[in-house]
Write a protein of this length. Sequence first.
Length: 159
Amino acid sequence: MAIISRRLTKQEREERVLDLYYNQKMTYRDIAKLERMCPRDIGAIVNKESKDADSKQSLSKAAQAYDLFSQGKSPIEVAIALELREPEVTQRYKERLNLKQIGDLSRIFLGTRGVGLAPFLNLYNSTKAAGYNVKHVVWLLRVANKGLPELEKVLYLQI
């Protein structure tokens, strides 16, 4: 009775090499003998896996930082929790703010179906042209909101 063996696909072979190396703790030489492969090819597979794992971990750190910032953690708390240095934490914090602001702008646009965005843009342009900042606009709106009902009553009585 003959045993028919099929050839392994490239992916299956790589998975087998990684299993033998990481899980079975075999050396390149032992794997080369068993799998009839060149040690250089084994090294390439192991190095590729190592690079993939490093890139996944760096993505993971970024995602973890975004999550911690979303929970209200301060940059120093994120740096301690993820064992990151200041430049990387600062970069992740800026990225998270940009992502959040893009999301906020998108919600405004979708909520107004794009039509209500023009008044916001006009207000922004007018504010910039007058040299005002956001604090000025907020203060002006608070004053207007308190006095607006009274002003409407006076104007209504005059008509």
